[in-house]
Ligand binder design. Structure first.
Ligand SMILES: [Mn+2]
Length: 379
């Protein structure tokens, strides 16, 4: 065998409950279902593409919340794959599903094509696939350093490493990693997990590493495309060549759209721009958060609830509208109009405070003007 192929996924977080999600528990429940469906689809992809390995780099499930039923569904799906192909599933535990006495991975119902790698560093050889897989499973909720990783780089084998940790946070309690160190390990490909945003690292010598990210994004901090990594290792002459790429699989995306308003825009224009900001297909599919900033023409604030309902009416699947606008006051003309009155004097006093950079002077000016002008209108 002079080549092997793999699908690499991580951070599915099956069983996650979305009780604290901004989109609420009803949508959270269907999100939970979609996460399971996406897992089934990834396994189907692995079987159909006849890859040798499905690499699962931690946090497959949220051990605290996964139901018995969903656990059985996952095991059944992997067992089905074993009947349809010679797919080997290599799994490490992460910080959300770390190994323990009563861990879900201690359950005897895992099919024989699934290898759950032990804590510490260990290497498992798959002789018929000419591959050695090194890995570190978690058995604690936090891990601050890599264990010793003695690994002889047997030249006749392909080498893959699985790690669940953080390449971006030097002081992370979730296994800080660094690229320099990773390159010292004789792995042709390092399958990473923990960071939910996909990222690909190509080493100068042709080897590489990647975070696939969460296959289904979990909240508004996980915008953009989400999926898995597909790769091959091929022996060419004496060299091992790595090819790998990101494949989108997520059913939905989270989108954040920023709109800076200007005071000349009517609320109808604001609505029209929000609506036009997302294509028709994406509207039906994605979860959208609009963040409105800048200055609005009216003093009362935008009718955020109405904007939201109108957007839902025009076919959006899910919408949030955050109003961070400030009322627009034409201070020069207000000063002229109210010269000598309490409003005029208030503006002048507050402008002096703003010039002296007193804290909260700007906010106080707007809030005070708001109150004074409302009062004027009542007269
Ligand atoms: Mn994690």
């Amino acid at each position: 065998m002079d080549s092997i192929s793999f699908l690499h996924m991580a951070d599915l977080h099956a069983g996650k409950n979305f009780h604290h999600a901004s989109f609420g528990s009803v949508l959270g429940k269907s999100r939970r279902r979609e996460i399971m469906d996406t897992f089934y689809r990834i396994v189907d992809m692995a079987v159909e593409a006849r890859v040798d390995f499905l690499l699962i780099a931690g946090d497959l499930v949220e051990a605290e919340y996964i139901s018995r039923r969903d656990l059985r569904n996952i095991q059944w799906k992997l067992e089905q794959a074993a009947g349809q192909s010679d797919l080997q599933v290599i799994l490490i535990a992460g910080n959300h599903d770390y190994l323990s006495k009563d861990s879900i991975y201690a359950d005897s119902a895992w099919p024989s094509n699934v290898t759950v790698m032990p804590p510490g560093f260990s290497v498992q050889r798959f002789v018929d696939k000419k591959t050695a897989i090194g890995a570190v499973s978690w058995d604690t909720a936090e891990m601050t350093a890599l264990p010793e990783m003695a690994w002889d780089g047997d030249d006749s084998l392909f080498h893959i490493l699985l790690l669940h940790g953080d390449l971006y946070g030097k002081d992370s309690p979730y296994l800080p990693l660094d690229l320099q160190r990773l390159q010292e390990i004789p792995a042709h490909y390092t399958a990473l997990g923990h960071i939910h945003k996909p990222d690909i690292f190509r080493f100068p010598d042709g080897r590489g590493a990647a975070y696939p990210g969460s296959p289904e994004p979990l909240d508004f901090s996980e915008t953009g495309s989400h999926g898995v990594i597909k790769g091959t290792l091929r022996r060419e002459g004496g060299e091992v060549r790595l090819d790998f790429e990101f494949i989108p699989v997520a059913q939905r995306q989270f989108r954040i759209l920023d709109f800076a308003l200007t005071p000349d825009l009517s609320e109808q224009e604001v609505f029209a721009r929000m609506e036009a900001g997302v294509g028709e297909m994406e509207r039906k599919r994605d979860l959208c958060r609009f963040r409105l900033t800048g200055y609005r023409e009216n003093f009362e604030g935008l009718d955020v609830e109405e904007l939201r309902w109108r957007l839902l009416d025009s076919g959006f699947y899910y919408v949030e509208v955050q109003d961070e606008t400030e009322p627009f006051y034409d201070l020069d003309s207000l000063k002229k109009e109210y010269a000598g009155s309490i409003i005029g004097r208030f503006i002048e006093t507050m402008e002096e405070k703003i010039d002296r950079q007193e804290p909260y002077a700007q906010e106080a000016l707007y809030q005070g003007l708001d109150a004074l002008l409302q009062e004027m209108k009542k007269r």
